[in-house]
Design a protein around this ligand. Structure first.
Ligand code: RB5
Length: 147
């Protein structure tokens, strides 16, 4: 079965989301689209929380979220247990987010990067494993040291 990639955005990330969905399908992925479905103004938590809940519940290993800056989407997702959403704007950051942080959501700033860069980042994010080793206890402490 093909890997299913959940993706969500607000209006600020809508056009990039549509482009990424097209690319993902072209390259054989299945996509679960949590919206939004137009450029009409919406509130990003309405789309991001359902996707982050699915990641939290183990329905998908990795996901992609977007808004204009990427900040609102990332902040929303990171309220969920077990979610590590990384705001990235180049390929190297997307790779490091997987290798060092075991990020399970890639947050993209739809208004600040181009579609081709975003697609390159998505491919790297989906195909880079966690390095483990010294990074494991650091990642575990993100939640275990919470007061
Ligand atoms: C929407 O205008 C914009 O505020 C939103 O996409 C995002 O950048 C919020 O963090």
């Amino acid at each position: 079965m093909n890997q299913i990639i959940p993706i969500a955005s607000d209006h600020g990330g809508f056009e990039m989301k549509e482009y990424l969905i097209e690319q993902l399908k072209k390259w054989g992925y299945e996509v679960k689209d949590y919206g939004t479905h137009s450029t009409e103004s919406v509130d990003y938590p309405d789309m991001i929380h359902p996707l982050a809940t699915a990641i939290e519940n183990g329905e998908y290993p990795l996901g992609i979220i977007l808004c204009g800056s990427g900040n609102g989407a990332q902040m929303t997702a990171n309220h969920h247990h077990g979610v590590r959403a990384a705001l990235c704007w180049n390929v190297e950051l997307a790779e490091l987010a997987r290798r060092h942080n075991d990020a399970n959501i890639l947050a993209l700033p739809g208004r600040f990067i181009d579609n081709e860069t975003a697609w390159d980042m998505v491919q790297v994010f989906l195909n880079t494993p966690f390095d483990g080793g010294r990074h494991t206890q650091r990642v575990e402490k993100i939640e275990s040291l919470l007061a």
